[in-house]
Design a protein around this ligand. Structure first.
Ligand SMILES: NC(=O)c1ccc[n+]([C@@H]2O[C@H](COP(=O)([O-])OP(=O)(O)OC[C@H]3O[C@@H](n4cnc5c(N)ncnc54)[C@H](OP(=O)(O)O)[C@@H]3O)[C@@H](O)[C@H]2O)c1
Length: 293
């Protein structure tokens, strides 16, 4: 393959958590031809605009970090969610297939119904419980239908240094409340956005085989476990009370269990998947969250 560091890489949704993390990760690796476009700069539902960007930039890789991600609101804003996650993805996937670009798409663990009690593999059938998950599953179908070179990655429970993600929300709650409540009846796979960016970087350099891959940190956690770990690592002392998720009266149902198996990437590449607690420990130290309180 050509030098991957000079490859033209379009990053959509570049203002979001994963978009910003991937951009900053690749920039630090000295990629020289990155085009990060925020929602304002490229609305993926505007097909004409998508085509225009492909014509002018001619990306060799497209990393699609754009999505409608408000899981609860999606139950009430189905049209907007569908338009972005399904039609927007289809616009990009078709343009990428037409241009011969490699399309890297992000899906979600919420394509699963959570009835299993052992990690979900890429072979397990999707059966989403909520509308957001349904559109993420349809987005995968659009990528496959477009017929181009693609990677579909399913991460889960992503946290990182940008935006209003779970990690930042816990720190905010800890500032505002004396006691924190966290769901203890949903078990999933936390994903450090930095590790996800590193996996995307790995795929770009290896360039095959294309297909569907699960990626999250290793191990499993409930939201309660995550809250406790975030507080412990950042040195904040607060009482945390485990509650059922129904306590928060969410609009969207979520899988009770959505741990992702990483066996495929481990077998294929011997890919080293960091444990979630260790990864969070490194994240907290690296970005100074342990010194901010
Ligand atoms: N966060 C998680 O826990 C999680 C878990 C599993 C999978 N994922 C997937 O990972 C991907 C990245 O998510 P994230 O956590 O980075 O979410 P995020 O922080 O909400 O980022 C999504 C970005 O997409 C942008 N966007 C929305 N509509 C758009 C449109 N029509 N055209 C272009 N951009 C648009 C948003 O911009 P505005 O905010 O300006 O609208 C936002 O910057 C998504 O595919 C998501 O489904 C996330």
């Amino acid at each position: 393959m050509n030098d991957p560091f000079s490859a033209k890489i379009l990053i959509t949704g570049a203002g979001g958590l994963v978009g910003q993390t991937v951009f900053s990760f690749l920039k630090n690796k000295n990629f020289t031809n990155l085009l990060p476009l925020s929602h304002k700069q490229l609305d993926i539902t505007q097909n004409e605009r998508v085509q225009e960007v492909f014509r002018s930039f001619k990306p060799e890789y497209v990393i699609n970090c754009a999505a409608y991600t408000a899981v609860d609101k999606a139950e009430k804003e189905k049209t907007a969610c569908y338009q972005i996650n399904v039609n927007g993805t289809a616009n990009l996937a078709r343009a990428a297939a037409h241009a011969g670009s490699v399309f890297v798409h992000l899906s979600s663990d919420y394509v699963f119904d959570g009835k299993k009690r052992e990690p979900y593999t890429e072979e397990d059938p999707a059966n989403p419980l909520n509308y957001y998950g349904y559109t993420k599953w349809l987005s995968e179908e659009e990528v496959r239908k477009a017929g181009g070179k693609h990677y579909i990655i399913r991460p889960a429970w992503i946290y990182g240094r940008f935006g209003n993600n779970f990690f930042h929300r816990v720190l905010q709650w800890a500032k505002e409340k004396d006691v924190l409540y966290a769901a203890a009846d949903q078990t999933g796979s936390p994903t450090n956005a930095e590790d996800l960016a590193e996996f995307i970087y790995f795929l770009i350099r290896h360039d095959k085989p294309y297909g569907l891959y699960h990626f999250s940190n290793e191990g499993e956690a409930t939201r309660y476990d995550m809250v406790r770990e975030i507080l412990r690592l950042t040195g904040i002392e607060k009482e945390v009370i485990p509650v059922p998720s129904s306590y928060f009266k969410p609009l969207a149902r979520r899988p009770a269990y959505s741990v992702l198996s990483k066996e495929k990437i481990k077998k294929l590449w011997n890919y080293p998947v960091p444990d979630w607690r260790e990864s969070m420990r490194i994240f907290v130290k690296r970005f100074g969250y342990d010194t901010q309180n």
